[in-house]
Structures are given as structure tokens and as C-alpha cells.
Design a protein around this ligand. Structure first.
Ligand SMILES: Nc1nc2c(c(=O)[nH]1)N[C@H]1C(S)=C(S)[C@@H](COP(=O)(O)OP(=O)(O)OC[C@H]3O[C@@H](n4cnc5c(=O)[nH]c(N)nc54)[C@H](O)[C@@H]3O)O[C@H]1N2
Ligand SMILES: Nc1nc2c(c(=O)[nH]1)N[C@H]1C(S)=C(S)[C@@H](COP(=O)(O)OP(=O)(O)OC[C@H]3O[C@@H](n4cnc5c(=O)[nH]c(N)nc54)[C@H](O)[C@@H]3O)O[C@H]1N2
Ligand code: SF4
Ligand SMILES: [Mo]
Length: 887
């Protein structure tokens, strides 16, 4: 019987159950867990490719101090000593932890306890600040607690699903599949509110391409419409809501002329009224929202403007009916539960005098933070000012993901002591570390995570810890012990931490706090290992949903509706920076690509950093598809490939967030993004930065394939992606090398060098053959249009030998015979490319997603690519005009 483990996917907040089976050759087979209530056996492209990311390539295996490998104990001594000394000398607020929604709850718990209860500062914040903090504020202002009232089952029970600022198809693909199936089954109406026409719009009955930042106005208009049409649930409002009159009055004042409102929101009046009407008439309405709502200078108000409409109609906490904030990271929820945010204490308790003394007593700690600490952006500002002198960064890459990343990098450069715990060797952030600590990662860690619907699942390890790597909770525990806190940090396994976390949730709770795991008190280690996925609260009053009963966690026990007023983004387009830059995710990469970037499959979907730009804007700026473009904001710049498409409006641009200095020359999103934050949540405005664009004209373009990573300092533009058997580099240079042959030899390394030059057309082509296979290929041209497609060349690196004809093909840059190029991979499960799908449409007449599926299998496994296939069919079957591309 094969060795099988149940665990949970380490990527998004859907929190899918995964079955891992060890194969005889040492590899593992990954499958969806049919019994997990999040995914019932399904996985998306990223989850399915987890097996490809488990190798030791690029793993950090040993600790380092100032770049020198040391023993773990020595590294931990230095960390403990420096944090202790700094706190003693300059006060506790001179140190900070910056942590992550990708830690397990147990890791998070220990970090929070050490810094708040023993070092005595609340300077611990998490990348969830950039992700969920506006939702936390919205929830707390409305409900008195950070409670997600709904469950995934509501996707199947709703008659109307409103997706606000969520590209569910790419970012929460398994939930998207559930919604799509429900739509097929019961005809659920779907409304997408997003400035871009994303892949999610595949299933939209209505797409409202709202003006970026204008959601509050849109939802105030809805509240006004509901009020005008008698949709108030008077019993619920009278008994359980405060602030209703003021909220409705504000909505009426601001949003009563729908014609004006539609114009302000840049939406057709008829579409706006259709949405309002559907919402009015559909009791079972589920509003799901994500980063288009949260990542805004008005993120908290956006959240409350949505919650207002649900509270007003009493549509909350019922089957198929309520607001659902979709979380990003696998354990962003767990972080909120333990107190990973600087403004929350622990176990959903705030910094009230009673809670402070309760937690201090529970921890039996010598000190405790008495007030909230710095939120992420401010934290790095305090580092910049020299107020924070020692910072420990765990499981996040702020040099890429924080706004105004150039300033963040400066802050880290000047900081006296920077510790980074990560599982990989090179991240942009690590370049600034004095000490790096090797952390365990998925497959090696044990503990719990909480997903979007409050469901706690186990992550189980199925691999040995490599090198000196240790789980994060253990690293923190050992540092705490070395700081002199042995008694309070005597944990031997993550079970010990979990048991304490459970006990704190129950401590003096008696129903006063939503987060309560009291029924798990006394759970044995074996029972902990056997925990089945389950939604909290886990007490003697279990419930699937919250608030239908009108009981809230505010002092009065009533919910608050908030009068919220539209505030346009602080930085709006100017003559110098005329366009709005929106940023976000692509289907097959995870954040800064440290793990998903290892998978050739995932890298082949979109292999190069790019800018989505409307054809009209491109024309105005003299840009064409495939050009390189320089994008500049007041804060920084990037050089990206142009993708013209009508999924963004004229004047609006989109750039993915994933690339960084490790895999490209100038594509760090954070360098461009403005550091404005929401005044209540501190969440950055990552989706709205004024920028300008200009064509970037290099002297030559190139494509390079190599089995080893190459030296990239000579290129003005480069980006690297993974393929089977080689790395693929897109390149561009300023100035020709004085000797191309020598340059090619330097880049491609030793072996038999084949070459071809066309002086007139400025083509250079080189192939290095070693042991009968290519070990490097370089193709350059003055013109990007002459650069060949990549997959057939990469394919030769995966062969055991190449023929004479194939060698020659490398020099002619044309495949042998009719080796049909696949094109960019659309279906990563079955490795089916764009050109293959286009041929199936043109030559075989396959003009539906189903027909393509039958013919090529594309889209028949995880389904993540079905919306793209639909779009490719639409493009192929429309005769002219600018081609569409799915965003
Ligand atoms: N493939 C993949 N999936 C992921 C991740 C990943 O890295 N890769 N990361 C995970 C994480 S941590 C997160 S937080 C989630 C994020 O999941 P999502 O929030 O769904 O993803 P984003 O692409 O960040 O942004 C969502 C949408 O907000 C829109 N938007 C921008 N401005 C506005 C506005 O003013 N109003 C409205 N209504 N919409 C606007 C953008 O156009 C974008 O399509 O994804 C999770 N899942
Ligand atoms: N412009 C722009 N910026 C954004 C966003 C956006 O939409 N636009 N989105 C924001 C959001 S929502 C998020 S969540 C952030 C994400 O941004 P980050 O958190 O910076 O991105 P990740 O690449 O997920 O970083 C996680 C790091 O942890 C490491 N790691 C993985 N597993 C472990 C482990 O078990 N232990 C340790 N110690 N390390 C581990 C990984 O190798 C990686 O280096 O980006 C934010 N920044
Ligand atoms: S939807 Fe995909 S990335 Fe998210 S948890 Fe499930 S398998 Fe993982
Ligand atoms: Mo996130």
C-alpha cells in the first residue's frame, strides 16, 4: 500500500485538501482530497503542480551570518543576543517582526507571544496588512469582531453572486469552479465588478467595469436604491442595527441621481440599474470581495459600503445570503486569529485594559505590549528613520511586495540588524539580511491553517527536514529560549503550541469572543494529528454561519451600519503621469515566484513580465504589441513587454505582481506602487498608481536557452523562466558586443559552438552542443519580430540527442519539418498551447470549450484555463479589430 498523507495546499486561501502519495522513485503524486469540504477532490493548476516544486533546487539549507555559513545554534545565538541587546538599549519598540499569512498558526502564535508578551512591543505585523486588513477593519466596525459570516456552501445556495474586485477564476480557481458548476445547475446570476474584463467574466451575466476606486459610490447608490424601494428588513434593522439612518442619509445625499452616478463610476446607466434591480429582487445574494476592494486608500470604507447593503436587508449569515471576504493566503485567517496584526493582541482580542491583563496572566509573562505597534508600511518607515533597529522577516518578501519598494530596500540597507527566515536561497529581501535562517516549507511542516470559511485544516509533513532547516515555530522557540524565556517557551512539538493556542481562545471567553476552540481543550496528540477539517467556532455552541440571529460582538450587541463617503484615490493622473496602473495576479504564479517559478509547467503560461494596455492608449504612445515599454511612476520604474488588449480600458494599465530582481531586470511591481494607505487599516493602495509609459528601444533582442543560469549583468532587459531541462531568457541589449562570437561563448559555456551570422539583417545565432544535446542556444536580432517561438527549441533540451538536421534548425531558427509550435501554454495540466488551440479552431472547426476539450483534452482536468479557451475561440471567430486577450 502506497504511503499516503492528507494535507492542505500551501497556496491560496481556498485551503484545498491534498492527498500526497509517495512513489517508489521518491517523487510524490499530488491529488485533490475528495473528502475535504473546500475542494471535494479538485485542485487548480498551481495545486496540481505542487510535486514539481519539492526539489532541493534553490533551497536554503544552512544558516548564514553576513554571507558565511554557520551552524544553526550559532546563528540563533546571534539573533537572540542582538534582539535582546537592542530592546534593552533602545527600548522594546526598537525591534520588530514582519511575518506572513503563509506561516502556520503555531508559528504565528509563538512569534506573537514572544514579541508582545516577552519582548514587550506590538511591533509585529504581517503581509496580511497588504491583503486582508481592510476587511478586518470593515468586519470589526460593523460586527464588533473580525468574523467571516458565510461559508463556501453559500456559492451553491445563492441565486445571485456579486464578485467585487475579485478575479476568482485565476486567484481562487477551485471556488470559481464550484460557482461555475452551481451556475450550470441552478442558473445563479453572476455580477463581476472590476475595472478589467478578467477571466472571471467568462461566467458573468453582467460585468461592471467600475472606475478604479469608485466602489463606495457604487454601493452607496445600491443602498439608496434599496431604501427607495422598500428593501429594508425593518425587524432586523430595528432590533439589531445601529447607524442605519445616517448611512442611508449619506447614500441618498451622495448617490441619488443614478445618471450622474453611472457617469462618475464610468458604467452604462442600464447596466448599473440592472445590478441594483437584481440585488433588490434576489434574497439569496452573496457578495464576495477581494483585493480590488481591500487594496485601496478607501479599502475599509469599501468593505463597509458592501456590508451596509447586507445588514440593511437582513441578508447575512443565512444560506446563500451574506457578505464573504475571500482571503488570499493559506493562513491569513489563522494569522488574524492568533494576533499577527500589530493592532490585535491575541485570539481575536484587542488592546483593551481587560484583554491586556487577561493575556498577560495567561502567558504568565513579565511584560506585555500595551498598545498597537506599527503597521507594515509604517513599520518600514520606522526602520528607515532608524527607530526600529532590528527586524526579523519571516516567510515574506517585502523588497518586492511592499509599496515604494525602493524606499523599503533603503530602509533595510541602513537597518542595523536584519534577519530573514525563508526556505529558498535567493530572494530580493535576503540581499539585505545580516542573518538568514533556513525554514522548513510545505511538505516538511506540521500544524494548522484556517481558510476563508473559518475551516481549520491540518498540514502534515511527508518529507524529512533537509539540511539544517527547522519549522518556523521551532526557530522562534529556540530564539526565545536563548533570550531567557525557557519556561514560557518549552514547546517540543507544534502540538504543544496548538494546545496553548486552543486554551487561550477559551480562556475567560464564555461566549464573549467569536474565536473559540474550547471543545478542543484536552485533545491528545493523536487526536490533533487526526483533526478533520472543521469550521470554528469549535465550542458547545457550534454554528455554520454567524449573525442571522442578530447577535453581534459590539458593546451594544448590535451591528453598525456606517455612513461612508466616496474619497477618490489620493494620487490621480496628472499631465506627467497620465495613466492609472493596476496590479495583481496571474493564473499560474504565486506571488514572488520563489516556489511556483520552479515548475516548468506553471512557467509556460505567461513567461515574461508584461503590461496590459488598451490599443488606443498604445497607439497614442507609439507602442505596438511585443515592444518593450518603460513604465514610470513618481516612485520608480519598470521595463515590460507590451500586451495590447481590450480587457483594460483606455487610460488604465495592468501589470502582474510576480516578477522580481531574481528573475528579471526591471519588473519589481513594488518599486512603482505609491505608498498611500487606508487611514483605518493601513492597507496600501496597490491597485492605483499614476504612471507614464514610453517605448523602450534596445539595439538588439534575443532569446537564450541554457542548462545553467547565466550572468545577466550585460543586458538592459532580461527575464528568466523555467523549462524542462533548461532556463529560457528573453533578452535585449544596448550597444552591440564588440565580438559576438566571444560573447556567445562566454554566455553559453563550453562545448562545440555552432554559429550563423547575417550581417545585413543583424542576426546572430549560436548553439553549443555537448554530449550530443544542446547545452546553450542564443538567437539575437535587431528586430523582436525575427525572434523565433520558444517551445520547439526548449523541447530539444529535453531530448536524449539531437540530429544534424535539428542542429541546423537552431541556426536557421526554424523547426525541422512540420514540428508544429505549441505556442504559450494555455492548459498547464495537459501542456496544450495557444497555437494548438488556434489550429483546432481553424483546421478542425472546434469552436466550443467542450469541443476543444474532447479534441485536445485542454481544460478537462482542473478547468482553470476554460475561460482563456473561450476567449481564444472568440478571438478566432471574430474577423477583425484588435485582438482580445484574457487578463
Ligand atoms: N494565481 C494566484 N492566485 C492567488 C495568488 C497568487 O499570487 N497567484 N495570491 C493569493 C492572494 S495572497 C490573494 S490576496 C488573492 C487575491 O485575489 P484577487 O483579489 O482576486 O486578485 P488580484 O489580481 O490581486 O485583484 C483582483 C481584481 O481587483 C481589480 N481591481 C483593481 N482596482 C479595483 C477597484 O477599484 N475596484 C474593483 N471593484 N476592482 C478593482 C483588479 O483589476 C483585479 O482583477 O489571490 C490569492 N490567489
Ligand atoms: N503591487 C502589488 N503588491 C502586492 C499585491 C498586489 O496585488 N499588488 N498583493 C499583496 C498581497 S495580497 C500579498 S499577500 C503579498 C504577498 O507578498 P509576499 O509575502 O512578499 O510574497 P511571497 O512570494 O509569497 O513571499 C513568501 C516568502 O516566504 C517563503 N516561504 C515559503 N514557505 C515558507 C515557510 O514555511 N517558512 C518561511 N520562513 N518562509 C517560507 C517564500 O520562499 C517567499 O520568499 O503581496 C502584496 N503586494
Ligand atoms: S484553489 Fe488552487 S492554489 Fe488555491 S488552495 Fe486550491 S489548489 Fe491550492
Ligand atoms: Mo494576499
Amino acid at each position: 500500500m502506497a504511503d499516503q498523507k492528507r494535507t492542505t495546499c500551501p497556496y491560496c486561501g481556498v485551503g484545498c485538501g491534498v492527498l500526497v502519495t509517495k512513489q517508489e522513485d521518491g517523487s510524490v503524486q499530488i491529488k485533490g482530497d475528495p473528502d475535504h469540504p473546500a475542494n471535494f477532490g479538485k485542485l487548480c493548476s498551481k495545486g496540481s503542480a505542487l510535486g514539481e516544486t519539492l526539489g532541493l533546487e534553490n533551497r536554503l539549507l544552512e544558516p548564514k551570518i553576513e554571507g558565511q555559513t554557520v551552524k544553526m545554534d550559532e546563528a540563533l545565538n546571534v539573533v537572540a543576543q542582538r534582539f535582546k541587546e537592542t530592546a534593552e538599549k533602545y527600548g522594546p519598540d526598537s525591534v520588530a517582526f514582519y511575518v506572513s499569512g503563509q506561516l502556520l498558526s503555531e508559528d504565528y502564535y509563538v512569534a506573537n507571544k514572544l514579541i508582545k508578551g516577552f519582548i514587550g512591543t506590538a511591533n509585529i505585523d504581517t503581509n496580511s496588512r497588504l491583503c486582508m486588513s481592510s476587511s478586518v477593519v470593515g468586519h470589526k466596525r460593523a460586527f464588533g469582531s473580525d468574523t467571516v459570516p458565510q461559508t463556501y456552501e453559500d456559492l451553491e445556495k445563492a441565486d445571485l453572486v456579486v464578485l467585487v474586485g475579485s478575479n476568482l477564476a485565476w486567484c481562487h480557481p477551485v471556488l470559481f469552479q464550484r460557482l461555475k458548476a452551481a451556475q450550470k445547475e441552478r442558473g445563479t446570476k453572476v455580477v463581476v465588478i472590476d475595472p478589467r474584463r478578467t477571466a472571471t467574466c467568462e461566467i458573468a451575466d453582467l460585468h461592471l467595469a467600475v472606475k478604479p476606486g469608485y466602489d463606495v459610490l457604487l454601493f452607496n447608490g445600491l443602498l439608496n436604491y434599496l431604501a427607495q424601494n422598500g428593501a429594508q428588513d425593518s425587524v432586523y434593522v430595528d432590533n439589531h442595527i445601529e447607524g442605519c439612518e445616517q448611512a442611508v442619509a449619506m447614500a441618498a445625499e451622495q448617490a441619488s441621481d443614478y445618471q450622474v452616478l453611472a457617469r462618475q463610476c464610468d458604467i452604462a446607466l442600464a447596466d448599473l440599474m440592472t445590478f441594483y434591480d437584481w440585488f433588490l429582487k434576489t434574497e439569496k445574494t452573496l457578495s464576495m470581495y477581494s483585493q480590488g476592494v481591500n487594496q485601496s486608500s478607501q479599502g475599509s470604507d469599501k468593505v463597509n459600503s458592501i456590508l451596509n447593503c447586507h445588514l440593511y436587508t437582513g441578508r447575512i449569515g443565512k444560506e446563500g445570503c451574506g457578505p464573504l471576504s475571500v482571503t488570499g493566503q493559506p493562513n491569513a485567517m489563522g494569522g488574524r486569529e492568533v494576533g499577527g496584526l500589530a493592532n490585535m493582541l491575541a485570539a481575536h482580542m484587542d488592546f483593551t485594559p481587560e484583554a491586556i491583563s487577561r493575556v498577560k496572566t495567561f502567558w504568565d509573562s513579565p511584560t506585555i505590549a500595551g498598545k498597537p505597534g506599527h503597521k507594515a508600511v509604517d513599520m518600514f518607515e520606522a526602520v528607515h528613520k532608524g527607530e526600529i533597529k532590528a527586524i526579523w522577516i519571516m516567510a515574506t518578501n517585502p523588497a518586492v511586495s511592499l509599496p515604494d519598494a525602493n524606499r523599503v530596500r533603503k530602509a533595510l540597507e541602513t537597518c542595523e540588524f536584519v534577519v530573514v527566515s525563508d526556505c529558498v536561497q535567493n530572494t530580493d529581501t535576503m540581499a539585505y539580511a545580516n542573518v538568514v535562517l533556513p525554514a522548513a516549507t510545505w511538505g516538511e511542516r506540521n500544524g494548522t491553517v484556517t481558510n476563508t470559511e473559518r475551516c481549520i485544516s491540518r498540514q502534515h509533513s511527508f518529507k524529512e527536514l533537509p539540511g539544517e532547516a527547522l519549522p518556523d515555530w521551532k526557530i522562534i522557540t529556540r530564539v526565545a529560549q536563548k533570550m531567557g524565556f525557557e519556561k514560557a517557551f518549552s514547546y517540543e512539538t507544534s502540538y504543544d503550541v496548538f494546545a496553548e493556542h486552543v486554551a487561550l481562545s477559551a480562556y475567560e471567553n464564555e461566549g464573549t469572543r467569536d474565536f473559540d476552540l474550547s471543545s478542543w481543550q484536552g485533545l491528545s496528540r493523536e487526536e490533533f494529528d487526526a483533526i478533520e477539517p472543521i469550521k470554528w467556532p469549535i465550542n458547545n455552541n457550534p454554528k455554520d454561519r454567524f449573525f442571522a440571529d442578530g447577535k453581534f460582538y459590539t458593546a451594544s450587541g448590535k451591528a453598525n451600519m456606517l455612513a461612508v463617503d466616496l474619497k477618490a484615490p489620493k494620487h490621480t493622473p496628472t499631465a506627467k503621469y497620465p495613466y492609472v496602473l493596476n496590479t495583481g495576479r496571474i493564473r499560474d504564479q504565486w506571488h514572488t515566484m520563489t516556489r511556483s517559478g520552479l515548475s516548468p509547467r506553471l512557467s509556460s503560461h505567461l513567461h515574461e513580465p508584461y503590461l496590459d494596455i488598451h490599443p488606443d492608449t498604445a497607439l497614442k504612445e507609439g507602442l505596438k504589441k511585443q515592444d518593450l515599454v518603460k513604465v514610470e511612476s513618481k516612485w520608480g520604474e519598470a521595463i515590460l513587454r507590451v500586451k495590447t488588449c481590450d480587457t483594460v480600458k483606455p487610460g488604465e494599465l495592468f501589470m502582474p505582481m510576480h516578477w522580481n530582481d531574481e528573475n528579471s531586470a526591471h519588473a519589481v511591481v513594488g518599486r512603482l506602487v505609491n505608498p498611500v494607505t487606508d487611514p483605518f487599516s493601513g492597507q496600501p493602495e496597490s491597485k492605483h498608481t499614476p504612471v507614464n509609459v514610453s517605448k523602450f528601444q534596445p539595439d538588439w533582442h534575443g532569446l537564450l536557452f541554457s542548462r545553467e543560469k547565466i550572468e545577466t549583468s550585460g543586458f538592459v532587459y532580461w527575464t528568466r523562466s523555467r523549462s524542462n531541462g533548461c532556463y529560457v531568457y528573453d533578452l535585449a541589449g544596448l550597444g552591440e558586443p564588440s565580438n559576438w562570437d566571444e560573447y556567445a561563448s562566454f554566455l553559453l559555456g563550453e562545448g562545440e559552438l555552432l554559429s550563423m551570422e547575417d550581417k545585413k539583417r543583424k542576426h546572430h545565432r549560436y548553439a553549443v552542443i555537448k554530449d550530443n544535446v544542446p547545452s546553450g542556444v542564443l538567437i539575437t536580432s535587431e528586430n523582436q519580430g525575427n525572434i523565433p517561438t520558444r517551445n520547439w527549441i526548449a523541447g530539444l533540451f529535453d531530448q536524449s540527442e539531437v540530429s544534424m538536421e535539428e542542429r541546423i534548425s537552431l541556426l536557421s531558427a526554424k523547426p525541422v519539418g512540420d514540428v508544429a509550435e505549441k505556442g504559450a501554454i494555455v492548459c498547464s495540466c495537459f501542456n496544450i498551447g495557444l497555437f494548438q488551440i488556434q489550429r483546432a479552431i481553424a483546421d478542425e472547426g472546434k469552436v466550443s470549450v467542450e469541443a476543444i476539450g474532447q479534441h485536445l483534452k485542454a481544460g478537462t482536468n482542473c478547468g482553470s484555463c476554460q475561460s482563456e479557451i473561450k476567449d481564444i475561440i472568440a478571438q478566432a471567430t471574430t474577423t477583425s479589430g484588435d485582438k482580445k486577450q484574457v487578463a
